[in-house]
Design a protein around this ligand. Sequence first.
Ligand SMILES: Cc1cc2nc3c(=O)[nH]c(=O)nc-3n(C[C@H](O)[C@H](O)[C@H](O)COP(=O)(O)O)c2cc1C
Length: 374
Amino acid sequence: MWGTISNLVQALPAETAHKIAVTSLRAGLAPVPNRVVLPVTCSGLSFDNPLGLAAGFDKNAECYDGAFRLGFGAVEVGTITPQPQPGNPRPRVFRLPDDEAVINRYGFNSKGMGYAASQLAPRKQDGRAPGILGVNIGANKLSRDKTQDYYSTAKRLAEFADYLTVNLSSPNTPGLRDLQHEEALVRTLDAVFQGCKEARVSLPVFVKLAPDLSDAELCRTLDWASARGVDGFVLTNTTISRPQHLKSAAKDQAGGLSGAPLTHKSLSMLACAARHLEHVGLSEMALVGVGGIANGTQAYARILAGADLIQLYTSLSLKGPYIAHHVLTGLHACLKADGLTSLAKAKGQIKTADAAEAHAEYVLKIASAQRAGS
Ligand SMILES: Cc1cc2nc3c(=O)[nH]c(=O)nc-3n(C[C@H](O)[C@H](O)[C@H](O)COP(=O)(O)O)c2cc1C
């Protein structure tokens, strides 16, 4: 039944489909697949499994309980801005069906931090079950001091979060990506920590980066952000690049591209970050791999290349509500076929994106053979 509903929703415009999905999850109208338990600890937090719903799906913290029921071990709500704002004019989300991709230029449509706080308060009263909740914060488009926006959102929302993600990488808010660099980065992160301090909350803080940074820029940003005391990095947001091989009619729409065309790019960036952090003695930094993950093999490659955690968004919107179960079952099979008993034993075992992909594909073949033989 859910497959049919999911196909019908795919026939609607992308933003309408997104709204229906959020409303259904909020109302508890979604499947509840068997939970896959693959425990992992990261930055002092215990996750039932490493797969999170990436930011942008539950922008206003309205359906996180429903998302947990789909099988995600974590849900990152947001991006949440201090003041409510409408985002860019519609249409602003486009499916690229021939490329298993999406382009969006939502532009941080947000009901604001006051509304988000009202949605998150009941979870705090209930004792924070059932999964790990991340709050992703950003700045208003028309704000004259974007740093101040990060201070305000951190101060207002830290008490409701298990971790905070500082989103410096949306391509749809002019000037935001400039905050990934040196002095602006330092000012912004100091503002976030000041906000948390004034809220009297101590929690892990992650920084979300763009896949369009060069390797050298990435390494510099990792160094500067680590020195300011962040706990980890979410790699990556959507890309403004457009690979030559895209076929779909919407391929030249402005905005951030996500889904399959991002898989290798995000994996490469993650592998580069893992190598750099190891080289500078910061292997304890958390790495969250996101971008074009749609199956267990891609998830496993991300862990092998150094991810502690993984996230997805586009494959949920294109493939429907069983995606978390599908990815986690596949990941579990890869781990087993590789003879490993925990994700921690797989993390960072392979240093390059190509080798991680090749090994994950090889392990998939073993897992298939094991299934056929059993
Ligand atoms: C429609 C849409 C809206 C998004 N909105 C946000 C957002 O508000 N904040 C954010 O940090 N990332 C946002 N993202 C980026 C995703 O969180 C993720 O980093 C990116 O899409 C790559 O993962 P994926 O290929 O699994 O979608 C959005 C992505 C999509 C497709």
